[in-house]
Ligand binder design. Structure first.
Ligand code: ARG
Length: 402
């Protein structure tokens, strides 16, 4: 039986070198299949296929998971207001399980011996890929060539040229970039010194907020916590995210420059662009503000953070993540309504929210005439609430006298 390896292929330099390297017989495979999973990244299919074939792949397969990625991972991230360390909308962490699942399923179908990814030993992505591989192809052998042999960028470029693989990266562009529908993650190069300001070159989804156009308003419609329309026009989530990326990206919304704590314990400087991610999470949580009860909101906040950490650390396929999703989905049953956002340089500002299911009651909250708040009841509420405070204060006074 022929020995097959299936590679999670991006069409870029790293994974092209990996294909060529596997074909050099170092691991003893007869066939190397390169799989590109479409999660909404910008890529030239023809160019990627040409590069994969030039690298020696026996086949280059495209699997389209764009809508599945939007409707599953992106929708859940929005419902959970998922921001790792309060800032990062999990862009890469969301796409890895989708890519790995598609690769593992094909590998299983082909009876492949191994699945292969292009992550190094330093990052989070190796965890996300490998845990997802194991969830979908139990017992599969996982190969990580960039962990087995450490390559510099220049060595890779030299190797690719020697192998006849068309190379687009130049020595002047040393950034490592990961991209999908929900955003872009940019690392390395001058960013490695945290004092260096991010240069303009690697940005692609956002414009400089300093040259933004005049602010505009956009109304986002939600159904059960999921964005479903922009300015009244119903859109599939993948299309809605793409439109919001364009709209909010023009104002530099979703540019994030942060130092983050990786799962393996090192801090890294990361620059992200996620215009739709930030704008939709801001809008979604504004709608929750008027619909959820105080305790739903408080309990959810703690679980949002745990969900985000689980997903960041590669545990997408886990009972804990699913259990939190069950809680989140229960809270989202009535999160249907509209939020008005003003898109401004660097900020998506909420200027209005409405829902048929609002708990917000103007008659109770109002300071104007016609309000119905039972003022006399407040006095009794405070008398009871303050009993313990009075007792503990009296005890402190008595103790300080002895
Ligand atoms: N640090 C980010 C994360 O763990 C981004 C990793 C993406 N990889 C890259 N080559 N930029 O999610």
């Amino acid at each position: 039986m022929s020995r097959i390896a299936v590679v999670a292929y991006s069409g870029g330099l790293d994974t092209s070198c990996i294909v060529a390297w596997l074909k050099e017989d170092r691991y003893g495979f007869d066939e190397v299949i390169a799989v590109i999973v479409d999660v909404g990244q910008e890529f030239d299919l023809e160019e990627s296929v040409t590069r994969g074939k030039a690298a020696g792949a026996d086949d280059v397969v495209l699997i389209d998971r764009k809508h599945a990625f939007a409707n599953d991972q992106c929708a859940k991230a929005i419902k959970t207001n998922a921001l790792y360390e309060g800032k990062y909308p999990l862009v890469s962490a969301l796409s890895r399980p989708v890519i790995a699942q598609a690769v593992a399923e094909l590998a299983l179908e082909l009876g492949a011996e191994a699945v292969v990814h292009g992550c190094t030993g330093k990052g989070n992505d190796q965890l996300r890929f490998e845990l997802a591989f194991k969830a979908h192809y139990p017992g599969v052998r996982v190969i990580a060539p960039l962990r087995d042999k450490i390559w510099t960028r220049d060595e890779e470029i030299e190797y690719a040229i020697a192998k006849g693989i068309p190379v687009v990266q130049t020595k002047a562009s040393p950034f490592s970039i990961d991209e999908n529908l929900f955003g872009r993650a940019i690392e390395a190069g001058v960013l490695e010194d945290p004092w260096n300001a991010p240069p303009p070159e690697p940005y692609a989804m956002t414009s400089d907020p300093l040259s933004a156009p005049a602010p505009v308003e956009v109304i986002v419609g939600f159904e059960c916590g999921v964005p479903v329309s922009l300015d009244g026009e119903e859109l599939p989530l993948a299309g809605l995210i793409a439109s919001m990326n364009r709209l909010a990206g023009a104002y530099g919304i979703g540019r994030i420059d942060m130092i983050e704590n990786r799962a393996i314990g090192i801090k890294s400087r990361e620059v992200y662009e996620s215009p739709a991610g930030i704008a939709l999470i801001v809008a979604h949580s504004a709608l929750e503000d008027v619909v959820l009860t105080k305790d739903e909101a408080r309990i959810k906040r703690g679980l949002e953070q745990r969900w985000t950490e689980l997903v960041y650390e590669g545990l997408w396929f886990s009972p804990a993540r699913e259990a939190i999703d069950a809680f989140v989905d229960k809270t989202q049953e009535l999160v249907t309504g509209e939020v008005r956002l003003s898109l401004q340089p660097n900020a998506a500002v909420v200027t209005g929210r409405r829902s048929e299911n609002m708990l917000y009651a103007e008659k109770l909250a109002s300071y104007g005439t016609g309000e119905t708040f039972p003022h006399e009841a407040a006095e009794g509420y405070i008398r009871i609430s303050s009993l313990e405070t009075e007792l503990t204060a009296a005890r402190s006074r008595a103790q300080s006298r002895v």
